[in-house]
Design a protein around this ligand. Structure first.
Ligand code: SF4
Length: 443
């Protein structure tokens, strides 16, 4: 019986992959333990931003004293960070005994057992970006029982010039619809009420099939699957988000009216340098379409500031796009070089101070936009899925509106996993606060 401890950094896909690996290890007889007691520490890390990569890198160094004392714990590095740093981790840290790229997840449990048996190093890096060894497991063990995630497609073929994903997660590959639907059923059986479909670009789902089965059909089938009460999906590429998808969202009551449509920049010149295949005007057209067909929807976005060559005028165009569109939420980031991507060697790299100054300015603007949108919601009521105790907010519960806004509310923990109707009473820029006006009878 081996003891393992998981440490997960990065996006929802990493969380989902490590939950599946966790479930598989437990099924094989492994026991989850605290970090101090584990024989094997499994890191799943993100390589999309330099900061996340540095964090894992420095964490790996912390095992030196215990390794020198008793040659434990073994450490495994998995996920996209393993793909980018795996060989270096081997040469620098003797306690790293396994590296596994995201497309080798199916071989991970057996690889970890090989390390435990003989202590020898195991390399499962993704040499071929088209090959995929999937894990026949769902995220049965997950932090939130009521929310389940399902990857519908792996990898990406878009090659935005700043992005490392196509280099570390390989070529685009849709999962067969039967597998996705079976996983949704398993999640529902294990208590999930809300299903989120994951992919770097979910809208391209099925483009690699020989038939015409695509995202619209999958979305509708998941929305109608027995026991599914809410469906969300991330991420959508603006050029691939169609009116047909918006119509399915409007027609199917279980699909949440919330959408993440990453704009990345408001400047056409920068969008071109980023190899994003839309102009600002085309993006605006999509926003108008979404708001026409889904007037009550929550619209989120991603934005990068300080891309190589971004002038003050380009940056101002991003600021004006935010003011014009009024997103509900924007995930902002200062550009960070990812080695091996075209943007990393582009001329016009900006000093860190300029990037951080722009990041602060853009955050300030978006915070004020989000706050004024949220304030206008005071007095309105929403159906909220209670997820459990709030991580921030003593004694409060946390849930989400269909439009994906976090709501904090007083109430009994036994309401977790139930839908309640909440009236919004206060608004902050990152969350809403409310009171329950209708709740199920749990007796
Ligand atoms: S669409 Fe662009 S930003 Fe998104 S994962 Fe693919 S390459 Fe990266």
């Amino acid at each position: 019986m081996y003891r393992f401890h998981m440490k997960v950094y990065g996006c929802q896909m990493n969380v989902y992959d490590s939950d599946r690996a966790r479930t598989a290890l437990r099924r094989r007889g492994w026991v989850e333990a605290s970090e101090d007691e584990a024989d094997m520490i499994v890191f799943t890390g993100c390589s999309v931003r330099g900061k996340a990569e540095q964090k894992v890198w420095s964490e790996l160094g912390r095992y030196a004293p215990s390794w020198q004392k008793n040659r434990r714990p073994y450490v495994a590095l998995t996920g996209c960070i393993a793909q980018s740093l795996g060989e270096r981790a081997f040469s620098r840290y003797p306690w790293v005994r396994l590296v596994s790229g995201p497309r080798h997840i199916g071989l991970l449990p057996e690889g970890l057992e090989r390390v435990m048996e003989n202590g020898r190093r195991v390399t499962l890096l993704d040499e071929d970006p088209r090959e995929f060894f999937d894990l026949d497991e769902f995220s049965g063990v997950r932090d939130n029982k009521y929310r389940g995630y399902v990857t519908i497609a792996h990898g990406c073929d878009n090659f935005c010039t700043y992005c490392i994903v196509p280099h570390v997660r390989g070529r685009f590959l849709s999962r067969p619809p039967a597998d996705v639907l079976q996983e949704v059923r398993r999640l529902v059986e294990s208590g999930a009420k809300e299903i989120t479909l994951l992919g770097q670009n979910v809208n391209s789902y099925g483009n690699d099939f020989k038939n015409d089965y695509g995202f619209v059909r999958l979305l509708r089938e998941v929305a109608r699957a027995e026991g599914v009460e809410r469906v969300r999906f991330v991420t959508s590429l603006p050029q691939d988000f169609t009116e047909e998808i918006a119509r399915v969202m409007a027609e199917e009551p279980t699909i949440c009216p919330s959408l993440n449509l990453p704009i990345q920049s408001g400047s056409d010149r920068i969008l071109k340098l980023m190899n994003r295949k839309y102009s600002r005007a085309e993006y605006m057209e999509k926003v108008r379409m979404v708001r026409r067909l889904l007037p009550e929807s929550g619209l989120a976005s991603d934005l990068i500031v300080g891309f190589p060559g971004e002038t003050e005028e380009d940056f101002e165009e991003s600021m004006s796009a935010l003011s014009e569109i009024c997103f509900d939420l924007v995930h902002t980031a200062a550009y960070s070089e990812r080695s091996g991507t075209p943007a990393a060697t582009m001329p016009g790299a900006l000093p860190q101070e300029v990037r951080m100054d722009r990041l602060n300015r853009v955050n300030k603007l978006q915070d004020s936009i989000t706050l004024s949108i949220n304030k206008a919601l005071i007095g309105r009521s929403y159906r909220v899925l209670v997820e459990g105790p709030a991580p921030r907010g003593e004694g409060l519960l946390q849930g989400r509106t269909p439009t994906d806004r976090v709501v904090l509310l007083p109430g009994d923990e036994e309401l977790s996993g139930n839908f309640v109707t909440v009236e919004i009473t206060e608004a902050e820029s990152w969350c809403l606060r409310g009171k329950i006006i209708e709740r199920p009878d749990l007796l």
